[in-house]
Design a protein around this ligand. Structure first.
Ligand SMILES: [Zn+2]
Length: 249
């Protein structure tokens, strides 16, 4: 398909905790209701090889927090939305005690819960083994983190893992090459709507912290979000040029 657009929503934690990587449950619920009202098809990254409509939506979660199972999944299931959750395979059952994680740390789902969710239809992708900055690793460690994480999850769930998200959105040409060897798609933290001009292994996403105002989210869904997104992109560009003040994990 020559012209397509994928709005890939990026979430981390769904909770009332402070900080840009948490979305309050009531806000998440309203965002999902607006998405349902829009009538846009919600798909998983599996559909990007042959999108079923000119515009599709993917709902993604990084890290696999327990609040995904407790809070987000019941809301998603009510709408028949299938999300993808990117897991740091060596951390599951523990917490986000990595650089840039929440303080205090938050619990991550254990494998029993993940297996149950997989049985209920949730799609799982890989998010490295230990949640390092992949752009800092040597070739051997890079292969273990990128390839090993998908193998771990596939072995646990008995199904192939085709999608990846590098921690912090941090990548370089070696990282992207290693990801492309083993996965069909990968998503970063660059802000934007994905389309055919993007590298399928370095797709942009929509940081949903920017869309907690539901009227603004509805405008985006209705195709009137261009100016807001452009302004946000410009502000992010300025900020990353000055300093790394907001690490998005
Ligand atoms: Zn992460």
């Amino acid at each position: 398909m020559s012209a397509w657009q994928a709005d890939i929503l990026m979430y981390h934690s769904i909770s009332d905790a402070p900080g840009p990587t948490s979305i309050a449950p009531e806000v998440f619920k309203a965002q999902m209701q607006a998405l349902a009202d829009s009538g846009l098809p919600v798909v998983t990254p599996d559909a990007l090889a042959n999108p079923p409509a000119p515009r599709v939506v993917i709902i993604s979660f990084d890290d696999g927090f327990e609040d995904f199972a407790d809070t987000a999944w019941p809301i998603l299931r009510d709408h028949n939305f299938t999300p993808i959750v990117y897991l740091p395979s060596g951390r599951m059952g523990g917490s986000d005690s990595w650089a840039g994680g929440n303080i205090p740390t938050r619990p991550l789902m254990d494998w029993d819960r993940i297996e149950t969710l997989a049985g209920e239809g949730v799609c799982f992708g890989a998010h490295s083994v230990s949640h390092p900055d992949l752009s800092t690793l040597d070739a051997e460690a890079l292969e273990e983190e990128v390839t090993g994480s998908g193998q771990d999850i596939a072995a646990r769930l008995g199904q192939p893992v085709r999608h990846f998200a590098p921690p912090y959105g941090a990548s370089n040409s070696s990282v992207l090459r290693q990801i492309a060897l083993h996965y069909d798609t990968s998503v970063g933290t660059r802000l934007g709507v994905a389309g055919p001009k993007d590298d399928i292994h370095d797709l942009p996403r929509l940081e949903m912290f920017y869309f907690t105002d539901i009227a603004r989210w509805q405008a985006h869904l209705a195709g009137r979000g261009g100016p807001y997104l452009a302004a946000r992109k410009m502000m992010r560009g300025l900020r990353s040029g000055l300093s790394k003040v907001l690490p998005l994990n």
